[in-house]
Design a protein around this ligand. Sequence first.
Ligand code: DQA
Length: 141
Amino acid sequence: MKVIIINGPNLNLLGTREPGIYGTETMESYLTTLRKRYPSVEIEYYQSNVEGELINKMQEVGFSYDGIILNAGAYTHTSIALLDCIRSLQTPVIEVHISNVNNREEFRRHSIIGPGCKGTIQGFGLDSYRLAIEALLTLNP
Ligand code: DQA
């Protein structure tokens, strides 16, 4: 199984960004652990702070990979362009959030991209990404 984790804006700062909410581990360190735990899953990683670059990457992989694990960051709550992109792809997209966006500010409670996604996993810290891999393994037995 070949999957990609795509992280949106400000998620390059994991480890130092609001550690009380997002923890102290960097994405690079977490990815090392994740890849060791799932040696049979090819896990690619991409991060961009730019909306159009996220769309370009999703279009590039979205017809051949087995799954896209997308943490769109704040674009979750704003981007019709990302929703349209997700709906245009063949590859299932799992929406992921590190924090539980339902118990934070009101403006985080609505996901524009959610209706296009296969499902959503949120609130389990970085482990949310691993749970998304488990979901994709179930979809691709
Ligand atoms: C986030 C939640 C978003 O509301 C926020 O803008 C982020 C991170 C999360 O992983 O919890 O950048 O997607």
